[in-house]
Design a protein around this ligand. Structure first.
Ligand SMILES: Nc1ncnc2c1ncn2[C@@H]1O[C@H](COP(=O)(O)OP(=O)(O)OP(=O)(O)O)[C@@H](O)[C@H]1O
Length: 280
């Protein structure tokens, strides 16, 4: 498949800070990172976005998981396409006001594979920041690609990320994954806000007992080892997966799933406004 926008932006490899355009006013950027795919990073990003929006904040999601984007579907945007305004892209806006920019919003069909090479992906990230009109946002959440490789590095080197939320699951090699993320964050000088453990347990529908089906969690020990706060434990809930599949996360997400993560993100100070002459 091809994308006019992303192809035009290809060829950008050298690490550099991407400029914010003068139609965006993003106060805080939070990256949601996981060590591998499928641990629920996108669900945690979506949950945080919904909880922030319900708390009255203006929220956007930059879907940096370029080759495996799942945010638009979760927010009921399947089949929608991002529009342009002059040189800028306009994010799609969900029913409850969450703005989303994603490679899936640039594809003709959402089932088309994204077969872009690294430099083109970096170019897409630049477009989603520098060439997207985000307007005023209290929080921009970045749904990172899984792992700590190339694209993650581009995001951390190029966007003004204020904090990182690490998502793990009990069957992960939690200690190693957290170590990699913490080392990367330290090198980039970005604070890690803490760890969310997803799929931590299943609740018995009859007696409410929490069953740790992947065995006892190692999260407490790892959090202590790296001196990181635990930002919450999400249970496996089939209705969550169904809500994501139906594009109904905003309507159907139960309240209060990640209170500690919400409080930690809300406590982040605003970063400094861009230079007045930073243009699109
Ligand atoms: N706590 C949960 N309960 C039920 N289903 C879940 C839970 N967490 C994630 N899922 C489901 O598991 C699948 C993978 O989740 P998700 O897309 O959020 O993972 P990811 O880490 O972002 O994956 P990738 O890195 O491949 O994009 C989705 O279908 C999602 O709805």
């Amino acid at each position: 498949m091809s994308c006019e926008h992303a192809t035009a932006a290809g060829g950008q490899t050298a690490p550099q800070e991407f400029e914010e355009n003068n139609l965006s006013e993003v106060k805080r950027v939070v990256a949601v990172l996981s060590g591998k795919g499928g641990v629920g990073k996108s669900l945690v990003t979506g949950t945080l976005a919904v909880e922030l929006a319900r708390a009255g904040h203006k929220v956007g999601i930059l879907d940096a998981d370029i080759t495996g984007p799942s945010i638009p579907k979760m927010f009921g945007m399947s089949g929608r396409h991002a529009m342009g305004l002059g040189n800028l892209l306009l994010p799609e806006i969900s029913d409850h006001g969450v703005k989303v920019m994603s490679s899936n919003l640039l594809l003709k069909n959402e089932t088309d594979p994204v077969l872009w090479r690294g430099p083109v992906i970096a170019g897409a990230i630049r477009q989603f920041w520098s060439e997207t009109s985000w307007g005023p946002l209290d929080y921009l959440l970045v749904d990172m690609p899984p792992g700590t490789a190339d694209v993650a590095l581009t995001v951390f080197q190029s966007l003004p990320v204020d904090g990182i939320v690490i998502v793990t699951s009990p069957q992960d090699l939690v200690s190693m994954i957290v170590a990699k993320a913490v080392n990367m964050a330290e090198k980039m000088n970005i604070p890690v806000l803490g760890i969310v453990e997803n799929m931590a347990y299943v609740e018995c529908p009859d007696c409410g007992k929490k069953i740790e089906i992947f065995g006892p969690s190692k999260l407490d020990a790892v959090a202590e080892q790296y001196n990181l706060p635990i930002l919450g434990r999400m249970p496996i809930k089939p209705e969550l997966a169904a809500a994501c599949d139906d594009g109904a996360i905003e309507a159907e997400l139960p309240g209060g799933l990640l209170p500690e993560a919400l409080a930690s993100v809300e406590a982040l100070p605003e970063h400094e406004a861009p230079e007045p002459d930073a243009g699109a």
